[in-house]
Design a protein around this ligand. Structure first.
Ligand SMILES: *Cc1c(COP(=O)(O)O)cnc(C)c1O
Length: 491
């Protein structure tokens, strides 16, 4: 073969760097302008059928070019957000993201490291972020940690360590079915669905997660918990873990975490805290007492894409007993053996603390945001959201046609439109329709839940863009739509 034969090798780098540079600058300008003018647009709007039809175009075998692909984003994606970047979005528990962290995400994708392990700076960034997280939440410095996709994965990792550390057998070797006694764990009825999914995935089964009644403030009933543990033991089962909540998803309630920690100590149980958003209350000296005891958890799960406002995805799990954490996930096949020099040195190898081997650089947006804004700014924003929840609760309480259905101890307010003269079933129907119309109006976007079977409108405030006046708009709109529906019902 002629060594000089022409080979047609290709790459995904641009042929024309200048053109991509120009397009990149355009994208950045467009996005920053879009974020700057969010308020002028609806929170949410349904996607027209003709737009949705364009998602059924065939597999693009031939490329259309970068500029055309960007145009598709502009036309098909950007105009139809769920709305969580908008100042009047308070649905589920979804953060807003920040312009600066968006830029950090771009840098992370540019350097594209793999956080599975090895000796490289990105690893140091993640370790420092984890250390900072321990510090800001008052968690022991010797603890291990891992950045994960979110609270669901953080709960799964924490509960996996709990299961393996407390099992009466070697779960990794023999499997859960080899356990001599049925392993059971506890959480309040207000627990997040991710915890029951973790129980399922860990082979314990959903029934192993005992749901404990709550008091009038939606906090776990500790006497009931104590009774359930005793009953399970008497029946030959093996209680091994209690999940406490710092901020429940429905109402933002926090269990009495110090009492739970005492109970777990006394009973020899693993104490896991799901603090998906509520854990961040610890940043504020004023709010920290509400989540006191959280720092005593054996494992602690929380999110930074909710109440730290960072772009999705980033959650974190901290584990007090680093050895237990490592022994749950560690494997070192030959091709992953660690060195003492060279690129395969360094540590920790984060892939040994969770399920993922290849791991993205989600740490960079946290690291740069902490540095750029300072924790004090996040503290102020969290306090601001709590003050806004109080403000909204006050507006609701001041309106005879609105009814609040739960305490608002943190950043969540649950209420319904209730003009009087309607029963619960009618109010459910009315409020469900009211919420849909509110979404379709594009003015504000709270979500919903059921409390004691009753349908409620639920505003969860993890939004750094909201202002007081936005809650005035919400209340006015709910009243306007509610009155319309009431009149329709009477007509
Ligand atoms: C959101 C939430 C989760 C799940 O977190 P993701 O980041 O959505 O996976 C778990 N627990 C609570 C209390 C939550 O609010």
């Amino acid at each position: 073969m002629d060594a000089r034969e022409e080979v047609n090798e290709i790459s995904l780098d641009p042929e024309d760097w200048g053109a991509l540079r120009e397009l990149g600058h355009q994208m950045l300008d467009d996005m920053l302008s879009y974020l700057e003018t969010l308020r002028e647009r609806p929170v949410w709007q349904p996607m027209p059928d003709e737009v949705r039809a364009r998602f059924r175009q065939p597999l693009p075998v031939e490329g259309e070019g970068e500029a055309a692909a960007y145009q598709d984003f502009r036309e098909l994606v950007q105009p139809y957000p769920l709305g969580n970047i908008h100042p009047r979005f308070w649905g589920w528990v979804i953060g807003t993201g920040t312009p600066f962290a968006m830029l950090a995400e771009m840098l992370a994708a540019g350097v594209n490291p793999n956080l599975g392990g090895g000796d490289h700076a990105a690893n140091d960034v993640e370790q420092q972020v984890i250390d900072w997280c321990k510090q800001m939440l008052g968690y022991p410095a010797e603890a291990s940690g891992l950045l994960v996709s979110g609270g669901s994965m953080a709960n799964l990792v924490g509960l996996a360590v709990a299961r393996n550390a407390r099992a009466e057998i070697d779960v990794r070797q023999d499997g859960v079915h080899a356990a001599p006694r049925e392993m059971v764990l506890y959480a309040s009825r207000e627990t997040h669905s991710s915890n029951s999914r973790a129980a399922e995935l860990l082979g314990l089964g959903r029934a192993a997660l005992r749901l404990v009644p709550v008091n009038d403030d939606f906090e776990i009933d500790i006497a009931a918990l104590q009774g359930m543990i005793a009953a399970d033991r008497a029946a030959g089962r093996y209680p091994f873990c209690v999940i406490g909540h710092a901020g429940t998803v429905n109402t933002g309630a926090t269990d009495d975490l110090n009492t739970l920690a005492d109970l777990c100590e006394r009973e020899g149980l693993w104490f896991h805290v799901d603090g998906a958003f509520g854990a961040l209350a610890a940043l504020s000296p004023e709010l920290a007492p509400r989540v006191a005891g959280m720092e005593r958890a054996d494992s602690l799960a929380f999110d930074m894409h909710k109440w730290m406002y960072l772009p999705i995805e980033v959650g974190c799990v901290l584990v007090r007993d680093q050895a237990a954490h490592l022994s749950t996930f560690s494997v070192t096949p030959d091709y992953l053996a660690h060195g003492t020099r060279g690129a395969h040195a360094g540590g920790p190898w984060f892939s040994e603390y969770g399920l993922q081997l290849s791991r993205g650089f989600r740490a960079l947006k946290v690291w740069m945001s902490f540095k750029a804004h300072g924790l004090d700014t996040f503290r102020r924003l969290i306090e601001q959201n709590v003050a806004q929840a109080q403000y909204l609760a006050g507006l609701v309480d001041g309106e005879p046609e609105l009814e609040r259905l739960a305490p608002a101890p943190l950043n969540i307010v649950c209420f319904r439109y209730n003009p009087g003269g309607l029963d619960d079933a009618q109010l459910d129907v009315l409020n469900e329709e009211l919420l849909v119309r509110l979404h379709e109006s594009g003015t504000a976007l709270p979500s919903y839940t059921r409390l004691g079977g009753r349908y409620v409108i639920r505003a969860a405030i993890t939004n750094h863009r909201s202002r007081r006046e936005d809650f005035d708009v919400l209340v006015q709109e709910v009243l306007r739509l509610g009155r319309g529906l009431r009149d329709e019902a009477r007509a």
